[in-house]
Design a protein around this ligand. Sequence first.
Ligand SMILES: O=P(O)(O)OC[C@H]1O[C@H](O[C@H]2O[C@H](CO)[C@@H](O)[C@H](O)[C@H]2O)[C@H](O)[C@@H](O)[C@@H]1O
Length: 278
Amino acid sequence: MFAIITNAAKGKQIVMFLDYDGTLSPIVEDPDRAFMSSQMREAVRDSAKYFPTAIVSGRSRDKVYNFVKLPELYYAGSHGMDIKGPSNSHNGAKKDNKEIMFQPASEFLSMIDEVYKALLHKTKSIPGAKMESNKFCCSVHYRCVDEKWWGVLAEQVRIVLNEYPKLKLTQGRKVLEIRPIIKWDKGKAIEFLLESLGFASSNDVFPIYIGGRPSNVNYQVLRDRGQGVGILVTKMPKDTNARYTLQDPFEVMEILRRLAEWKQSSSNTAQRTMGFWR
Ligand SMILES: O=P(O)(O)OC[C@H]1O[C@H](O[C@H]2O[C@H](CO)[C@@H](O)[C@H](O)[C@H]2O)[C@H](O)[C@@H](O)[C@@H]1O
């Protein structure tokens, strides 16, 4: 996979899009303790030295930033509904020095907060259920809920959501997610970021998306653009529109490191060649 990617990316600007949970950090029972390792942080930092690098997560932007702690990255939190770029970037982005900030669901902020509180109340009697506010969306976790309670939990969520026709329910890995019904998702955030970086209709870009969900709009965006590759992180074979798979965050870290090393050594070679002809 590595050789195919580097061959295809030769002469193009790689833009790296990374999911957080299950991609940079292992999936854990307590969502507040999904820490990434310092080695992984180094690998992501290396990636950002050479390629514009974005974290695209269902989490709130602040929360994912507190896990990752790298100011040089782009962050798209709340499933892409809260996008912010670094104030300065020197890693291949065509447009620079213009801070990127976009929140297409800001009108839903108070509604989401209201629903979050209603769900907190409705789910508190279900053992193991956990609510998480992700700013422009919220999550009902059932990873620690006994299977016999799953139906009851889903019913409680449905009862609350019946009152909110402008919100929809999606399902992640042992999590129910409540989001506004706007036409915006992680895929749209990826397109927005590529455009903001100056690669709207460019042939010189090679986006890579590494994520944890098999059927994902994010992979489809790259297929629609006919550019780059989608990589799914999974231990089990899954029906997916991602081109490649990696087993776990450790393999993600390895590929990030190798891509940064490859870029560094190809830049060094280019510099040496220019020096030779001077
Ligand atoms: O960004 P996504 O890949 O779309 O996932 C969004 C959800 O990620 C987080 O939950 C997942 O990771 C947790 C920590 O490992 C795990 O406990 C949970 O079961 C997983 O679904 C996040 O906590 C959720 O709010 C997001 O909806």
